[in-house]
Design a protein around this ligand. Sequence first.
Ligand code: SF4
Length: 232
Amino acid sequence: MAAKSRAKKKARARGYRARRYTRADRMRAARVLQRLEETYPRADCALEHRNAFELTAATILSAQCTDERVNKVTPELFDRWPTPASLARADLAEIEAVVHSTGFFRNKAKSLHGMAERVSEVYGGEVPQEMEDLLTLPGVARKTANVVRGVIWGLADGVVVDTHVKRISTLLGWTKRADPVQIERDLMALHPSESWISLSHRLIHHGRQICIARRPRCDECPLALDCPAASE
Ligand code: SF4
């Protein structure tokens, strides 16, 4: 039953047509982008990594977990299993022990192991670039694929919608949707494609530093003039 309703929800999300924006909406959004760029000129991915394999693994671990926690775990993970082939050979229980503190550790360990196995056996040890190939890796859904393609190869298929992007996009009046796929459609309709990768990184930084959940610091926010949710 739950699976049926999830499938219905997904189908509805896929059929969603992005919201229509007015010229005023677009001008306001452009001003916000400009201010975000000035405020966070070097905002990039907060997950520490040295290559596509490490970023894929770190992104899998980041589900329902902070980047800080993931960054505490990945040094040992990559030290013990530095390549897809070595991680594919690892004992599942040992991977579980290393990633335990990131939560959902059994599923995450299984995904890491499966991802490494497929990368080494099907893709010759290199994480594939194409979206459809990435989506065949265990534990890799569209959000993870977008992160890896954007950060490693500068390829933008969409906007990565995490909890900060979702919350701040709503506060800024950019979307009224709750589903990440639908939010992504709205953001893609509102912002030029060349800004999609940096937009997520900058909103994530903004969500950590100023527009903090439950205690946004509107009085020092550079977006306040264009934010309908700004407190007096
Ligand atoms: S003005 Fe306040 S609510 Fe709006 S983005 Fe800034 S901190 Fe968040």
